[in-house]
Design a protein around this ligand. Structure first.
Ligand SMILES: [Fe+2]
Ligand SMILES: [Fe+2]
Length: 233
């Protein structure tokens, strides 16, 4: 249980209720990101769809999750760098420390997604080393620096790009749950990693639902970070 934040887990479970989920989602459904994050976001989704297909699958999710954890690590690193310079400004330090806390929780959460999903994928699909391992790894390397500098020069754009990426992840998991509901409910879960993380879903349907909920939380929290920037002027 050491890696999960109790408040986030309560929020996650509450989103199992479709009415609560709809309310939570509606909050930022109409958010309009700027042109640069929109271009980058489209490019990211287009690349993913071209290489892994439009249809959600275990191995596509594996690749998505390798990429998804990267910006959080970038933000955490960038805020660490900024704290080397701005530790004397207490207000700024607190803001950076809070962002870093969110980024670390989110990156631990994405790590859980990738570890558990890749174990499930092993049973379901045959992976191709280049397509499913090398490409996401190389991409993650470049994405780390892209997300790092984007955050340094324009945090709003960095959060907006993440909003788009997380929206895509949420949609893909929602579609996967809809299309495979019966089948997923029959598949049991046993994962030492997930147990250590602190979750105990009864079946794959419950597991993927909790992942879907994580993604909408990440999406909304990205915009909440922009609002915090606005409040600081
Ligand atoms: Fe994820
Ligand atoms: Fe996410």
């Amino acid at each position: 249980m050491e890696h999960i934040d109790a408040e986030l887990e309560i929020l996650n479970s509450s989103l199992n209720n479709p009415v609560v989920l709809e309310e939570y989602k509606k909050r930022y459904d109409d958010y309009k990101p700027h042109l640069l994050p929109r271009i980058l976001g489209h490019l990211l989704v287009w690349c993913g769809n071209t290489v892994y297909g439009k249809k959600p699958s275990y191995l596509k999710f594996r690749a998505v999750e390798v990429i998804a954890r990267v910006p959080y690590h970038s933000w955490d690193s960038a805020s660490f760098t900024f704290l080397t310079m701005f530790y004397q400004n207490e207000e700024k330090a607190m803001h950076l420390a809070q962002l870093s806390q969110f980024a670390r929780l989110a990156s631990d959460n994405e790590t859980m997604h990738v570890v558990v999903i890749s174990a499930l994928a092993k049973v379901e699909q045959k992976a191709n080393v280049v397509v499913h391992t090398v490409i996401p790894m190389l991409f993650a390397f470049f994405y780390f620096w892209a997300a790092y500098w984007l955050y340094v020069f324009n945090p709003r754009d960095a959060f907006e790009l993440n909003y788009l990426f997380e929206s895509h992840a949420f949609e893909q998991y929602s579609r996967f749950l809809e299309e495979n509901e019966e089948e997923l409910k029959k598949k049991t879960m046993s994962s030492k990693y997930l147990e250590w993380y602190g979750r105990a879903p009864l079946n794959q349907y419950e597991f993927f639902k909790s992942v879907r909920n994580d993604e909408i939380i990440h999406r909304n929290k990205s915009i909440e970070e922009i609002e915090k920037l606005g409040n600081r002027g």
